[in-house]
Design a protein around this ligand. Structure first.
Ligand SMILES: [Zn+2]
Length: 86
C-alpha cells in the first residue's frame, strides 16, 4: 500500500528498495543514490557502476543525501513543535 502521493519518489513501504548506489570515475570516493532504472544519481551525476549497498571506501554524495532526506521528510502542510503542550 502506498503511503505517499502519486508521483512521489516513494511508492513502497521501504524506500531503500527504490534506490541503489552508483559510482563514477569522474568523482572518485563518492557514492550516489540512484533511483532504480536510472543512470544518474539524485544529484544528476551520471554513474558508471551500480551497487546494492554503499561500496566500501565511498562516502555518500552530499547532494544526493540532501535530496534523499527531503524526499523522506517532505514539508508538512503545517508544522507542529514537539515542545509545545497540546
Ligand atoms: Zn550524488
Amino acid at each position: 500500500m502506498s503511503t505517499t502521493a502519486p508521483g512521489s519518489l516513494f511508492l513502497a513501504e521501504d524506500p531503500r528498495a527504490l534506490v541503489a548506489w552508483g559510482t563514477t570515475d569522474y568523482y572518485i570516493g563518492r557514492a550516489h543514490l540512484v533511483p532504480r532504472g536510472r543512470a544518474a544519481g539524485l544529484c544528476s551525476m551520471p554513474v558508471d557502476e551500480h551497487w546494492r549497498h554503499r561500496p566500501p571506501g565511498h562516502r555518500p554524495c552530499p547532494e544526493c543525501a540532501i535530496t534523499w532526506v527531503n524526499e523522506l521528510f517532505p514539508l508538512p502542510s503545517s508544522a507542529a513543535r514537539l515542545d509545545q503542550s497540546a
